[in-house]
Design a protein around this ligand. Sequence first.
Ligand SMILES: [Zn+2]
Length: 510
Amino acid sequence: MTLTESNPIPSFEENLKFFQAFPIDLQRIYPRSFCSRNGLFYGMIRTGAGKKLAVIGEKEALLKDPFEGKIFNQASSLKLCDLSRGNTLSLMALFPFTRPVPVLKEAMTIGTGDRLGLATPGHIRSVRKFQVRPVFAQQSVRENGQTGRNFNEVIADAAWSVFQENYREGYGADGDHLKSMEEINQALDSGVSMITLDLSEKLSLEAYLLPGEAIGRRFDEEIERGDAEVFLHLYLDKEFSFRGPRGDLSIRFSEEEVKRNLLLFHRAIDFSEEVYEFLSRRSGRKPLIDFEISIDEIPFPTSPATHLFLMIALRHRGVRIDSLAPRFIGEFQKGIDYRGEIPAFREQFYQHVLIAQHYGNYKLSIHSGSDKFTVFPHIGEITRGKIHLKTAGTSWLEAVRLIAQTNPSLYREMHLQALSAFGEASKHYQVTTDLSSIPQIETLSDPELPDLLNLEGARQLLHITYGFLLRSKLREKIFATLTQYEEDYATLLETHIVKHLDSLRARRRQ
Ligand SMILES: [Zn+2]
């Protein structure tokens, strides 16, 4: 291999020949990653000891290069570097396209949470086909607890995948469902480009559900007089009208509704303001990161009036958001299609869009957005593509599908483990899984196993138990199989996320 800038990308054969001359147990070369910088070549390979960054060049230049690794000397020298935290930071400095950036202002965006740290290459191949911007790193504190990772690792996995696939168009990193300042700080210190502030712990659900006659008294007790006056003035004796191509919307608030909503939201409004000001201070004037507010994990759907109430209050406090995740009507259960009346969803979704367009033109963010194929076309049509969709579990389910195809005995072990963990796991999710709808696994032949991933019951079973499986003794076998078949996993994911984006009517690239 000639190591000159004028020979920018070595061919696969050149690479192979080059690496085979070293005692490094080469298992795979990632050809898209190879590039040259400052007279050195950089690229990703896999050895028996995992993925490594290879730096190739003159020995003296390798010594000056910022990456830490082990140097092997031949005619040209090779440095093999671990994907450590320090090397990740060097990667981001030398190749800025590997660093997360805000993307939500772009038209269509999709969050493709990668719980395994193995899914991003497949996600990259799918989003390359569309005019969409990705949020490859997207994990909540809860998910990290389930998978035993932290924000640093999640972002590092995305950054190295972006380098491996040479994806230079920019990607986001979402600290998802953050509920406290401590969690927000952790996520920011790791370099997230997006905060999703989850207000659920600041909502007074109990006050919201009080009977009419109790609302006034509770309101007087709980809300300071100054606040009360300001808020009543903001909402009372006004008509909030919205015009749009599919009909108009008009909302009025009664005094009781104002009081009820303010009891529900007042701590959440204060908290949102505190967080927004903190983000603004941290980056000077305006937050330089994407800012989403989520209220999707509360026990009742967000009506358009409730959405409007919250946005008026936030704007009054000077809080600007890039996206809002309401809880939509019907059911967005994990890993399966939408359940509910489509016309009613369509009607109310449209009203949410009207409000969002009017109060800052933020996006609606669709959480638990995996596999909602019956509503995607409506969402795509009504928003004309201005939407943020979050998926994650569905990529884990594709990993399980791959295991069912390639390693049936491991799949059988996982299935039984999932069944035994189901009772505990189902306490944390809104699912209505009917375990009796899942065929007894002993009665199925190996070739029948992948079809389980097309059954709602089995999908939910394997979806909500991911944390138990990843923390079980099966962990190593799961990662070994997915690593062995990483190209097949990327292909499965590419097909699957493309199906999501086509269904949402995302625009294909020419
Ligand atoms: Zn959510």
